[in-house]
Write a protein that binds this ligand. Structure first.
Ligand SMILES: NC(=O)c1ccc[n+]([C@@H]2O[C@H](COP(=O)([O-])OP(=O)(O)OC[C@H]3O[C@@H](n4cnc5c(N)ncnc54)[C@H](OP(=O)(O)O)[C@@H]3O)[C@@H](O)[C@H]2O)c1
Length: 256
């Protein structure tokens, strides 16, 4: 991951609350860190408490190294520490997802930005405890639930609230088919790119339909394809030489 952000660095008020799902590594880590560095209060929603706490520690260290520079070149207010905390969320379980929502609601906080970032890419077939194909549930269904449950909070949280879906260009390679939405076939015939793409397609469809419904409200919805970024995403298809070569030129598959 690059050290320099490719977005404007602007001061954000500390009382602006952001949730980033999967903020402990990869794209989510950088998003959470930079929003916190710009001043916002950030919650990373992660399935591993240990990985989340390690990520927060790393963010604080990175902040301490550059905060003076950030304040002189970008006129950002400096703080002793970033306002980052973590909450437990396992998107492969509706129980965990609903507990996360309830826990957040109990805090009584406003919610200004929700970054639906966590995801698994091109994973082999696996069924969740709720009976869904795993990429469908982690990437789409559980985020859908979070959005549905936290939208009422966002609608009451003041101006310029935003939801971002971390999507993928892979959505272009598939089409919508309600009958085969939840894969029921043979695990060995599972089309992992197809089902990864579908999970992202559903998010994009949700973005369009919600945008229409939320027109003229304080909440805007966007989705973004981040490009191809060398994160931990390849851990989900390390078993596939083909996808490694396509994604990373074979460097991961060959262990380089
Ligand atoms: N990297 C790319 O080139 C690329 C391209 C297009 C789209 N994207 C999308 O960008 C998003 C971020 O991916 P990334 O590249 O940053 O991948 P990454 O480095 O593998 O990070 C994925 C994040 O999702 C979390 N996650 C996975 N399963 C979860 C679950 N069941 N519950 C809660 N969190 C879970 C991971 O947590 P753990 O660390 O605990 O596993 C991790 O924090 C994904 O939605 C991905 O589809 C990435």
């Amino acid at each position: 991951m690059g050290a320099r952000p490719s977005f404007p660095i602007v001061p954000l008020p500390r009382d602006r609350t952001v949730i980033v799902t999967g903020g402990n590594t990869g794209l989510g880590y950088e998003i959470a860190k930079w929003l916190a560095m710009m001043g916002a209060t950030v919650i990373i929603a992660c399935r591993s408490e240990q990985r989340a706490l390690q990520a927060i520690e790393r963010m604080q260290e990175e902040y301490s190294l550059i905060k003076e520079k950030l304040s002189s070149t970008h006129e950002l207010k400096t703080y002793d520490n970033l306002a980052v905390s973590q909450m437990q969320l396992d998107l492969s379980s509706f129980k965990s997802t609903l507990e996360f929502v309830e826990e957040f609601k109990k805090s009584g906080r406003n919610l200004h930005v929700l970054v639906c970032n966590a995801g698994i890419g091109m994973a082999p077939y696996e069924k969740t405890e709720d009976g869904f194909e795993k990429m469908l549930q982690v990437n789409y269904l559980s985020h859908f639930l979070i959005v549905a449950k936290l939208l009422p909070v966002m609608l009451k949280s003041g101006t310029d609230c935003r939801i971002l879906f971390m999507s993928s260009d892979a959505h272009r390679s598939c089409s919508f088919d309600l009958d085969t939405m939840n894969y029921m076939g043979n695990a060995s015939k599972f089309g992992r790119l197809d089902y990864y793409g579908r999970s992202k397609l559903y998010q994009i469809m949700q973005m369009y339909s919600l945008s229409r419904r939320l027109k003229d409200t304080n909440v805007s919805i966007n989705s973004s394809h981040p490009g191809i970024v060398d994160t931990e995403i390849a851990r989900n298809f390390q078993d596939s030489f083909f996808w490694n070569v396509l994604f990373f030129g074979g460097s991961k598959a060959l262990g380089k």
